[in-house]
Design a protein around this ligand. Structure first.
Ligand code: NAD
Length: 427
């Protein structure tokens, strides 16, 4: 049965609408993406053949400013997925009070099958195809799954070639030497870490008695695992697309990361070298990782990981969604019944877009900040919004997820209403 991610995402909106006094026009506007672009990208492959790749860019809503959102390279990319990711970006930017709307992009491919030359040609071809749809005052792409700093650098360079002027603010997550911001690479995980620290202080939990499992060992997952390890948490399990490792007494995350960086896959480090020698560990699947009896579960890979099928078997006390959309709305209900507290993606992983905003501001001013300035500003804004969401959840006796949507809806509602809704025209 086909399952529409966008309609699932919309259910969160419908739920939150029960708790907010926004005009019906606001709700109607937010049910539909503003514009969706589908492009074909011809790429000359290294063996001389021509391959056509399918790409997307969706601008969901720009009531609060130019749209903002990452670009994903993955075989599972569809228009439906990109639209729902753009929907989440809209609410995420509003949660953090950034002057941005939401967007997302993607190309359907397995980037691991392309050479570096092919990947560069594909990226430049994608920018050629969407150049009229993006821009520093219109829509600003950023990294997401399987896109990195170098890909962002190519995008900025290609856009600048088309425009005949250097335009760093068209893309964020660039290499620092091309106008990127210090702290952007670690920002998603850093933001999640600040949210977790604030929540755990509130729950009077001690890091060293807190066990954590992290699904996904990429930019966001490996960095959050490392930050938690450094802060004294017991990170007992991590995984990537090939599978995972578990050690009851805790894994040595910096060594794992070092080995993954040199071997490309966690699987390759299972039984070789220092990691295996240091701690007794078990090889586990991604499904097993999600169902571990841990205090904190951090999904940091892809969407739809916790569903109606496995929701009942989840044993974690708290879930911090570093990935976008890892829990379906059906699973939300199951987890709530089980008393598992979920800290939602549109708050937890908003550090990435927040520092992307800082990067855009720095590009436009031509004045660059220190790492301390970036991290201080990030900590202040994400902690403040987490506290506000916490207060809404307590006040209305609703989940943190619904509270985050309520918080965002109030801000989106104000922006949409400022241009006139039925209240203004009819009454
Ligand atoms: P990444 O490409 O750096 O890493 C993705 C990781 O997920 C890899 O380790 C990969 O092996 C793993 N993975 C892929 N399929 C998997 C599967 N089926 N099971 C388990 N692991 C799997 O991507 P990223 O930037 O770290 O993004 C991860 C998540 O965080 C995504 O949901 C993304 O949308 C979200 N996110 C990222 C950012 C950012 O700034 N990078 C910001 C906000 C949200």
């Amino acid at each position: 049965m086909s399952h529409s991610l966008l309609s699932d995402a919309n259910q969160r909106l419908e739920k939150a609408l029960q708790y907010v006094a926004v005009d019906e026009d606001v709700a109607e506007r937010l049910r539909f993406p503003k514009a969706s672009l589908i492009v074909s990208i011809p790429v000359r492959m290294d063996n001389g053949t021509l391959r056509i790749f399918q790409g997307y860019r969706v601008r969901y809503d720009d009531s609060r400013g130019p749209t903002k959102g990452g670009v994903r390279y993955h075989p599972g990319v569809t228009l439906d997925e990109v639209q729902s990711l753009a929907f989440w970006m809209t609410f995420k930017c509003a949660v953090l009070n950034l002057p941005f709307g939401g967007a997302k992009g993607g190309i359907t491919l397995n980037p691991k099958e392309l050479s570096k030359f092919e990947l560069e040609r594909l990226t430049r071809g994608y920018v050629d195809a969407i150049a009229d749809f993006i821009g520093p005052d219109v829509d600003i792409p950023a990294p997401d799954v399987y896109t990195n700093q170098m890909v962002m650098g190519w995008m900025m360079d290609q856009y600048s070639i088309i425009q005949r002027k250097i335009t760093p603010a068209v893309v964020t997550g660039k290499p620092v030497s091309m106008g990127g911001s210090l702290g952007r690479e670690t920002a998603t995980a850093m933001g999640a870490f600040f949210v977790m620290q604030a929540a755990l202080v509130r729950m009077k939990r001690n890091p060293k008695d807190t066990t954590v499992a992290v699904q996904g060992f990429g930019n966001a997952g490996a960095t959050i695992a490392e930050l938690l390890f450094s802060a004294g948490y017991k990170v007992v399990a991590v995984s990537d697309s090939k599978g995972g490792v578990f050690a009851a007494e805790g894994l040595d995350i910096p060594s794992l990361r070092h080995m993954k960086d040199s071997t490309r896959t966690l699987k390759a480090v299972y039984c070789k070298g220092t990691v295996c020698n240091q701690v007794e560990h078990t090889v586990i699947t991604n499904a097993q990782l999600l169902e571990l009896d841990v205090d904190i579960l951090v999904p940091a890979a892809l969407e739809n990981q916790i569903t109606a099928e496995n929701g009942d078997r989840i044993q974690a006390r708290y879930i911090f969604e570093v990935a976008n959309g890892p829990i379906t709305s059906e699973a939300d209900t199951i987890l709530e019944t089980k008393g598992i507290q979920v800290f939602p993606d549109i708050l937890v992983n908003a550090g990435g877009v927040t520092v992307s905003y800082f990067e855009w501001v720095q590009n436009r001013n031509g004045l660059y900040w220190t790492l301390e300035e970036v991290n201080d500003r990030l900590e202040k804004s994400i902690t403040l919004e987490a506290e506000r969401i916490w207060a809404i959840a307590q006040d209305l006796n609703i989940s943190m997820r619904t509270a985050a949507y309520v918080h965002a809806l109030n801000r989106l509602g104000d922006a949409i209403k400022a241009k006139g809704t039925r209240d203004y025209y009819i009454n």
